[in-house]
Design a binder for this molecule. Structure first.
Ligand SMILES: N[C@@H](CCC(=O)N[C@@H](CS)C(=O)NCC(=O)O)C(=O)O
Length: 212
């Protein structure tokens, strides 16, 4: 398998965690955002959405991190990343999507670039925007975590899920942009535990080959 990735891409970070959790080997093909390699014609032929990540499985290319992770989960069921109970499964997806569909898209690089370059907003405004949407999203997620987490080690119950896989990269971004996390002690505790697990540690941006 070939993963089109960028060390700081949080959507690629999610897929790296899932691949590691499933014990799957893959080759990293970095695409540098600073050089706009994710918008180059060569990459658009691979992933017409022009976003990172994409996963090439023997010539079949998948895009969208949650679609990729669900594919990996279906084809490599151990360890499971979704509960068997349908209600629980929907609750896990709700938490994963609160991050992947509500927080992450409005803080994406192309949005920040549009604010900066087209709307002429300065760095202070852009960073305030960034933190605002994390804070908004984390507020609801903290309440869901308090309800569903058992022991503040995972977002749902006491096993790994796609919600955990979305949380750690988002927490990484929150810290990078110096978001005040004092209102989110459950999320911080869960993320701290998850970050200590080998699958998460090996997926961290700073240890990726293209980070050096
Ligand atoms: N919903 C997509 C989001 C993918 C995405 O936005 N990736 C970011 C990096 S985390 C990207 O490629 N950004 C490039 C840009 O905004 O120009 C997914 O989950 O895969």
């Amino acid at each position: 398998m070939k993963l089109y990735t960028f060390f700081r891409s949080s959507a690629a970070f999610r897929v790296r965690i899932a691949l590691n959790a499933k014990g799957l080997q893959y080759d990293s093909i970095p695409k540098a955002f600073a050089k706009n390699e994710h918008r180059a014609a060569e990459y658009l032929q691979i992933n017409p959405q022009g976003l990172i990540p994409a996963l090439d499985i023997d010539g079949a290319v998948l895009s969208q991190s949650l679609a990729i992770i669900e594919y990996l989960n279906e084809t490599h069921p151990t360890p499971p990343l979704l509960p068997t109970d349908a209600i629980a499964r929907a609750q896990v997806r709700s938490m994963a999507q609160a991050i992947a569909c509500d927080i992450h898209p409005v803080d994406n690089l192309r949005i920040l670039n549009y604010l900066k370059n087209e709307l002429k907003q300065d760095e202070n405004v852009v960073n305030t925007w960034y933190r605002h949407w994390i804070t908004e999203g984390f507020r609801g997620l903290e309440a869901q975590a308090r309800e569903h987490s058992r022991g503040s080690r995972h977002l749902f119950g006491d096993t790994l899920s796609i919600a955990d896989i979305c949380l750690v990269p988002q927490m990484f971004n929150a810290r990078r942009f110096k978001t005040d996390l004092t209102s989110f002690p459950t999320l911080v505790a869960i993320s701290t535990h998850l970050e200590s697990l080998p699958a998460f540690a090996a997926a961290r941006p700073e240890v990726q080959p293209d980070a050096r």
